[in-house]
Design a protein around this ligand. Structure first.
Ligand SMILES: Cc1cc2nc3c(=O)[nH]c(=O)nc-3n(C[C@H](O)[C@H](O)[C@H](O)COP(=O)(O)OP(=O)(O)OC[C@H]3O[C@@H](n4cnc5c(N)ncnc54)[C@H](O)[C@@H]3O)c2cc1C
Length: 580
């Protein structure tokens, strides 16, 4: 059942076996996995099915130093479905090396190996609708070319690894029917948690305080799962301080919010291979029609030899598109500009964007007018793919473009100084302290980007396959500048990290908050290290694993909470206020 929390009677005191706080991919995955158990589940979605200005305002916060991180509302959605309402759908699993303690990377090592998570990736792939849990191109596409540049791969850099693309699944929309028809799951839209309470003792959550715009009520459950995203999870724990937890829940050792990570990414180097016919450049589709694409991966051997973190590359449009003469790319560029201008409500911002982009727009328009008409059928085909049920992930530039950009995405290392805290004096409309982001980078983060590029560039020159534009000291300057005004691309990791040691982590290997009996965390905030992979597939796999654990743990908790009265759907419906 899915209802607006606003419809509930103000005096409603709701009870469930499991209360899931957060309605994004993490929270919804836990709910879906628990559905067959018949446990009574209440999922508090924060926002509603539509993004609103007022709900997005709840995500606003502060960045210190000013401008060093994107505005906190930019890459997040306080809505049912969370950021999956807008995500791109790129699915990549972590590599086995990401779970290992690497002696050259401080604070590295998960308390379990890749093999522990591997089976859960299969279910996560189903939930993400991204095809088989097989990321080896040689197995998936045995009859296709083996490498991106034939004969290029070495022991240090390989290109048989795939990324796969989700439809992209909007977890709220795609699973609304299952959740709505479920007899044991109740989704409350517009229900914002302001506090996790431990009223009777230190180790047990007794309830959560929930508000809507005009009502407030309390929810009591046997177990609680906090699944509000990598910035909101620490914010809620820190804001829940009380007599038992003067520094916030789970924060006895001042770890909540620390080790905040993202990924370093961007496009710097450019290549102009001489033989474009022999490049494996485009998306490939598997037998279910799932879009897949190759990427170069810096092997674990090379990472260890160079003492760097994990990283990948793939080809896309070059940073500087001057003189590309590709009508398709120009059409996409102009269309994106027009759409963003139409969405922009401020005349001042529209004017400044136009002044910024004017020369490029004029140049691209000339390209479209000169060559575009020939491309009409191609543009039509691409538009069809972009609007189909399984969406073309993005429009690639022509492989014949003068140069192709080398996009990189590399690991950002755990560092206790990089952190999310809460403001001492600024609150949102519900009185919750606003989040403050202070992201920090180390030399190792920067070195990883540079050394990974060197591996690529040296191999490219050695293979003698064309021109490359790359200068290591310029790259260093580029990265050093980027990290002073960083954009996380919505990868908010590590702020309630897993560790067996409560001094180094907020949750244990089961994702249970250290020192608590019935509070768990789901989402990328539990990642102890971030690898190079986009986070969603792994956080969904961890959520599926957490649900498995909750199924086993449920019996014990219920026995302990003998006074807990679990609502059935009929009772809940009776609590819906008649006035709505
Ligand atoms: C533009 C964009 C593109 C992206 N592309 C990709 C991609 O290609 N691949 C990839 O892996 N990832 C991508 N991501 C990231 C991906 O969307 C996130 O990793 C994922 O959504 C995180 O899931 P989550 O459930 O942990 O958190 P979220 O999606 O952030 O959901 C949080 C949920 O908690 C709720 N909530 C928040 N506060 C409260 C509160 N106080 N009380 C109750 N509920 C609350 C919210 O309403 C929401 O329902 C992208 C993100 C963006 C913005």
């Amino acid at each position: 059942m899915i209802i607006y929390a606003n419809q509930l009677d103000e005096s409603a005191f709701l009870e469930a076996d499991v209360c899931i706080i957060g309605g994004g991919p993490a929270g919804i995955s836990v709910a879906l996995e628990l559905q067959p158990t018949n446990k009574k589940i209440i999922l508090l979605a924060g926002g509603t099915e539509r993004e609103t200005v007022a709900n997005q305002d709840l995500n606003k916060g502060y960045v210190t130093p000013k401008g060093s991180h994107e505005p906190l509302e930019e890459n997040r959605r306080r809505a049912f479905g969370g950021a999956s309402t807008v995500w791109g759908g790129r699915c990549i699993p972590f590599d086995p090396i990401d779970f290992e303690a690497r002696d050259w990377i401080p604070y590295s090592g998960w308390p379990f190996s890749y093999h522990e998570l591997e089976p859960y990736y299969s279910r996560a792939m189903e939930l993400c609708k991204a095809g088989a849990n097989n990321f080896n191109a040689l197995e998936q596409f045995p009859n296709h070319a083996k490498e991106i540049f034939q004969g290029f791969d070495t022991e240090a850099i390989v290109s048989h690894k795939l990324e796969r693309w989700s439809t992209p699944v909007n977890f709220a929309r795609d699973y609304a029917e299952v959740l709505g028809n479920s007899e044991n799951i109740t989704v409350l839209l517009g229900a914002h948690v302001t506090k996790i309470n431990t009223e009777t003792d230190k180790e047990n959550v007794s309830s959560v305080s929930v508000v809507t715009r005009d009502k407030s009520f309390t929810i009591k459950a046997g177990q609680y799962v906090l699944a509000c995203g990598g910035i909101e999870n620490p914010r809620i724990l820190l804001a829940s301080k009380n007599q038992f937890h003067p520094q916030g829940i789970g924060n006895d050792h001042d770890v909540v919010g620390r080790y905040y990570m993202a990924h370093l990414n961007g496009t710097f180097a450019e290549v102009a291979p001489s033989n474009r016919k022999r490049i494996l450049f485009d998306f490939e589709t598997d037998n279910e029609g799932v879009y897949c694409r190759r990427r170069w991966w810096i092997t674990d051997k090379a990472q260890e030899a160079k003492k760097i973190g994990n990283g990948i590359f793939f080809l896309q449009q070059a940073k500087n598109q001057d003189g590309h003469r590709d009508p398709l790319f120009s059409t996409v560029f102009v269309a994106k500009f027009v759409i963003s201008v139409l969405k922009e409500k401020s005349f001042r911002k529209t004017k400044s964007r136009w002044l910024e982009e004017k020369d490029k727009i004029v140049d691209h328009t000339k390209v479209i007018l000169k060559h575009g008409w020939k491309q009409v059928p191609v543009i039509y085909e691409i538009a069809k793919k972009r609007f189909s049920d399984r969406r073309l992930p993005f429009v690639l530039p022509s492989v014949k473009s003068k140069t192709l950009g080398l996009y990189f995405q590399t690991e950002h290392f755990p560092n206790p100084k990089s952190r999310i805290t809460i403001s001492d004096n600024q609150t949102d409309e519900f009185g919750m302290p606003r989040a403050v982001a202070s992201i920090t980078f180390s030399d190792l983060d920067v070195t990883t980007v540079v050394e990974a590029h060197k591996i690529f560039a040296e191999r490219y020159s050695e293979a003698n396959i064309g021109k490359i534009k790359f200068n290591a000291s310029e790259l260093l300057k580029f990265v050093e500048k980027n990290i002073t005004s960083f954009n996380t691309s919505a990868h908010h990791l590590g702020t309630t990290r897993i560790s067996n040691d409560p001094k180094l982590g907020v949750v244990d290997a089961d994702c249970k908050v250290h020192g608590m009996n019935n509070l768990y965390v789901a989402g990328s905030s539990v990642f102890p290290t971030g690898g190079h992979a986009n986070p969603t597939l792994t956080l969904v796999a961890l959520s599926v694993r957490l649900a498995e654990h909750l199924k086993k743990a449920a019996a014990t908790v219920n026995a302990e909470n003998t006074n807990l009265h679990v609502l059935d759907q009929e009772e809940l419906l009776n609590k819906v206020a008649v006035s709505h």
